[in-house]
Design a protein around this ligand. Structure first.
Ligand SMILES: N[C@@H](CCC(=O)N[C@@H](CS)C(=O)NCC(=O)O)C(=O)O
Length: 101
């Protein structure tokens, strides 16, 4: 968890480095593509809340197979949830996102 926090801190630092340019477009809020039915989505949402990360939740309904649509494949070609998008930066579902030791 400590390493994950460090990782998110680095992500936010990178995001903040580009904030000046991005803020003109008003696109500084990370978007979390998730379905709360899935444990990894809940983990990311809880992580954001616990760490006061301001984000927009975009529901991708896994029961309707929305994660397999071409529209979502443009966000995450691996077609897995969750995915975090902040400007040009993407953090996609991987086996290691919250499990780095
Ligand atoms: N478990 C990994 C990968 C994410 C993952 O397995 N997501 C599942 C939901 S629990 C998913 O999107 N499955 C859709 C599919 O494989 O079709 C993580 O924690 O990032």
């Amino acid at each position: 968890m400590l390493v994950a926090k460090e990782m998110i801190r680095n992500i936010l630092a990178k995001r903040d480095a580009g904030k000046e340019a991005q803020s003109r477009t008003g696109k500084t809020k990370p978007q979390v593509f998730a379905d709360r039915m899935t444990p990894p989505s809940r983990a990311v949402i809880i992580f954001c809340k616990v760490n006061d990360i301001d984000y927009t939740e975009r529901k991708v309904d896994i029961s309707k197979r929305e994660h397999l649509t071409p529209a979502f494949a443009e966000i995450n070609p691996m077609k897995q949830l969750p995915a975090i998008v902040d400007g040009n930066f993407k953090l996609l579902a991987t086996q290691s996102r919250l499990r780095i030791t």
